[in-house]
Design a protein around this ligand. Structure first.
Ligand code: SAM
Ligand code: SF4
Length: 324
């Protein structure tokens, strides 16, 4: 599937819920109330039917995301249905790890192969503050459970925020190096009211990269995945660091993805409002061919790029609606 800027779309990020057990300030502020109603949630069978259309059209990687995907009760059923689709090469999941201690083994058995796990601080009090109510020890136990199940690679995502957690960069490097985890730094994105507020703490990752280069030798590396991170190997260790820079250096030219929200909206760009209502088509009895035509047409209308940082570009929906 190609869009009108000759980009091949092979990656679908699929949000299975817009709810979450955390309230990270940059993503899902406490006052947020505008959640999708259960009647609008795609069922596991509807998700499978749409995913089959995407795979038929050339998608090779699906990432389950949220909100927090582990709070969706049917997550294992959804994972099993997706991992059985012929032609899908990779089923991965993003999570805050709070429930992974309970679910890591079942997720692996259901066909999820790779994990991206969020971890912004190794200090329990600070972690609770950033996440609203998160329990650091439970999250670290969840990460350990994932390691024991042999997910590979496991990537840890840290949203870098000046004055909040930027003093922990070296501690995070040591934590990940000691556990065989990849570490990725992410710049804050001004999406939703929380993202806009968090922009006050924005740090261009070039600053963190320069700081790390004073202590470590970073050489270009590759890591399995479908994303836009720039990766480096640290010294001669197995540790790989990634830098994701949506603000300072956008990577829209090589964008390969589209997003499906829990209520069946196909979003063509994280930073724009272009979308197609696949749920309405599905529930109106559209045939497979009609669904595929709507997807292809939507992808032709995929915008060239986001405009984060420009005054008229404000995206109102929180990041939790689309899963990053
Ligand atoms: N709940 C899961 C988690 O936290 O990994 C999956 C969904 S979460 C929306 C996906 C990713 O988006 C996380 O790594 C999170 O840190 C990141 N994120 C959320 N809001 C963000 C923002 N305003 N700027 C940058 N990254 C953000
Ligand atoms: Fe929940 Fe993930 Fe958003 Fe934090 S970043 S509030 S864990 S969806």
């Amino acid at each position: 599937m190609q869009d009108s800027f000759n980009r091949t779309i092979s990656y679908l990020r699929l949000s299975v819920t817009d709810r979450c057990d955390f309230r990270c300030g940059y993503c899902l502020p406490r006052e947020h109330r505008d959640f999708a109603t259960p009647a609008s949630w795609l069922s596991p069978a509807e998700i499978q039917r749409l995913a089959e259309r995407f795979v038929g059209l050339g998608v090779r990687h699906i990432r389950l995301t949220g909100g927090e995907p582990l709070v969706r009760k049917e997550l294992l059923e959804i994972s099993q249905r997706l991992s059985a689709i012929d032609g899908l090469e990779d089923l991965s999941l993003s999570s805050n790890a709070s429930r992974l201690g309970l679910m890591a083994a079942d997720l692996r058995a259901a066909g999820v192969s790779r994990l991206n796990l969020s971890l912004d601080s190794l200090d329990a009090a600070r972690f609770r503050q950033i996440t609203g109510n998160g329990d650091l020890h439970q999250v670290l136990a969840g990460i350990d459970a994932a390691r024991e199940q042999g997910f590979a690679p496991i990537k840890i995502n840290m949203v870098a925020m000046r004055g909040i957690n930027d003093d922990e960069v070296e501690a995070m490097v040591a934590y990940c190096r000691d556990r065989g985890l990849a570490l990725r730094f992410i710049e804050t994105m001004p999406i939703g009211s929380g993202g806009v507020a968090a922009s006050q703490h924005y740090i261009p990752l070039s600053e963190i990269e320069q700081r790390l280069r004073q202590s470590y030798r970073l050489s270009p590396a590759a890591l399995r995945g479908s994303g836009p991170a720039r990766y480096y190997q640290v010294d001669d260790s197995a540790l790989v660091l990634g830098f994701i820079t949506p603000q300072s250096q956008h990577f829209c030219d090589s964008c390969n993805r589209v997003r499906l929200s829990v209520d069946g909206q196909l979003h063509l760009c994280l930073g724009q409002e272009h979308r197609v209502d696949l749920r309405a088509l599905l529930r109106a009895g559209a045939s497979d061919a009609e669904l595929e035509a709507a997807i292809v047409q939507g992808i032709r209308n995929k915008p060239e790029r986001h405009h984060f940082g420009q005054a008229d570009s404000q995206i109102i929906r929180p990041m939790s609606a689309l899963g990053g």
